[in-house]
Design a protein around this ligand. Structure first.
Ligand code: CA
Ligand code: CA
Length: 457
């Protein structure tokens, strides 16, 4: 056994305490505490791309604590809710679940997911009112009331009426303090605010944390490398029972559309960002405070030096499409024949949190990815880069060793009082190549010092 192979086996034993039908290695898992609590609210039955997004969501179901799958209405769909389409997708998921669990043992059961399907109200989609409670809106109240103190994220793929109705009911039946406590646990990522109740919430409850993903969500499929969302890509990678429930054509777009997918990719525990900080940016986009209550609206990233709204999402397209392709492989292949994400570590930190490091203007910061590894024993490629738009320093630092496991960032004197976001991107050599991240925020204090008096930190 080579040293590399030995290390791999030791790591896998350390990561896993049981073996469930894997060929040569044990399935992986992610600690529950690093998973976001999530309720999906979908207008499935309208634009077929909700069905596409649901397939991807199910393949990432092990990355979240799934708390609800609610139906409702949205653009182009106000006829009748379609919980049957959610159940149909979950049943297809059930067919591949045994194989998925040979890769990640923390995939939820088919029965568990079916029990979370909750129907919205088949009345006026633009109204909250007495008598308009629904199975979904009552379920939402229960989820938020749960003793689990972590926030509940609402990935909203259509209109937010069911959440709005839940807030309305709590407002009319509880004290002001109880209402405030209820709202404090809510986090919204709303794709396009597709009914009038979004306005109602923002007008009457501006303290609700609300990411308004207006137009930016199109970056998931529009602009950028179109070969990665083409019908040909879809045909090559989407297979097995889940292909049955993944429509080949969405509204005005053949191939992969999934306009609602950024709402949950935003919450993936992949080390790229802290979802509580929308200005960080990740696979679900980047957002800034609108100045109205607790609302965030899309930010722009620089594409070839020009601000571009959609680029904040499609800049990550190779990574998120490779992740999808790999999970499609997980449906069909044994552990040893599919790829799995590397694990990125930074400066000895073994978790996924954003690292904050104090720094001095004109000084140097040493960064190390030592301890990073790949569960398949793949080789790793390292890339340290500055996410300039996420920070507040317009002058870019230099990075020595940007393609190495160890790097040194030299801060410009102009960085005084600013923040600089460094991304560690580790990509394996598996097929397809998969990427893991860490984010380091350099918090630069003090007065600018001459470059000649650099001090290593
Ligand atoms: Ca939708
Ligand atoms: Ca790998």
């Amino acid at each position: 056994m080579t040293a590399c192979r030995l290390v791999r086996v030791v790591i896998l034993i350390a990561m896993s305490t049981s073996s469930v039908g894997a060929e040569s290695a044990s399935p992986l898992s992610v600690p529950d505490q690093s998973k976001a609590r999530i309720v999906v609210m979908t207008d499935i039955g309208g634009d077929p791309d909700d069905r596409q997004s649901l397939v991807r969501f199910l393949l990432h179901a092990c990355d979240f604590k799934v708390e609800g799958l609610c139906t409702g209405f949205g653009w182009g769909h106000d006829k009748k809710t379609r919980p049957d389409l959610i159940r149909e997708a979950i049943e297809a998921y059930g067919e591949v679940l045994p194989n998925l669990r040979s890769h990640r043992r923390d995939y939820p059961s088919e029965q568990q997911l079916l029990s979370l399907v909750k129907d919205g109200h088949n009345g006026d989609p633009h109204k909250v009112a007495p008598g308009m409670d629904s199975e979904a809106s009552d379920w939402i109240i229960g989820v938020v009331d749960d003793p689990d103190e972590r926030p509940v994220w609402f990935a909203i793929w259509g209109g937010p009426r069911e959440l709005a109705q839940a807030i309305w009911k709590v407002q009319t039946t509880r004290s002001a303090a109880q209402l405030a406590a209820f709202k404090k646990k809510i986090r919204v990522h709303s794709v396009a605010d597709q009914d009038k109740t979004a306005r109602w919430v923002k007008q009457h409850h501006p303290d609700v944390f609300w990411i308004f993903s207006e137009r930016i969500y199109q970056g998931f499929y529009a602009e950028g490398d179109q070969t990665l969302v083409s019908p040909e890509w879809m045909e090559r990678h989407i297979r097995g029972p889940l292909k049955r429930v993944y429509p080949a054509d969405a509204h005005k777009k053949a191939g992969v559309k999934e306009g609602d997918t950024p709402s949950f990719l935003y919450l993936l525990p992949n080390g790229l960002s802290d979802p509580e900080q929308p200005e960080h940016g990740n696979w679900g986009g980047r957002f800034v405070g609108s100045g109205r209550g607790h609302e965030y609206v899309p930010a722009q990233d620089l594409l070839n030096g020009r601000p571009d709204l959609l680029y904040t999402i499609h800049r990550w397209r190779p990574a998120y499409q490779n992740a999808f392709a790999a999970r499609m492989d997980w449906c069909m292949l044994p552990f040893g024949e599919a790829n799995h994400e590397p694990v990125a570590r930074c400066n000895g930190d073994t978790g996924l949190r954003v690292l904050r490091i104090p720094a001095t203007p004109g000084g140097k910061v040493q960064l190390s990815a030592e301890g990073s590894f790949d569960p398949d024993g793949d080789q790793l490629r390292y890339r340290w880069w500055i996410y300039r738009e996420a920070g507040t320093c317009q002058v870019e630092p230099t990075i020595a060793g940007a393609g190495e496991p160890q790097a040194v960032v030299t801060l410009p004197p102009e960085a005084s009082g600013r923040t600089i976001h460094v991304i560690l991107e580790i990509t394996d050599t598996g097929k397809p190549p998969l990427t893991a991240y860490r984010r380091i925020v350099l918090e630069v204090g003090g007065e600018p010092v001459p470059p000649s008096s650099n001090v290593a930190q």
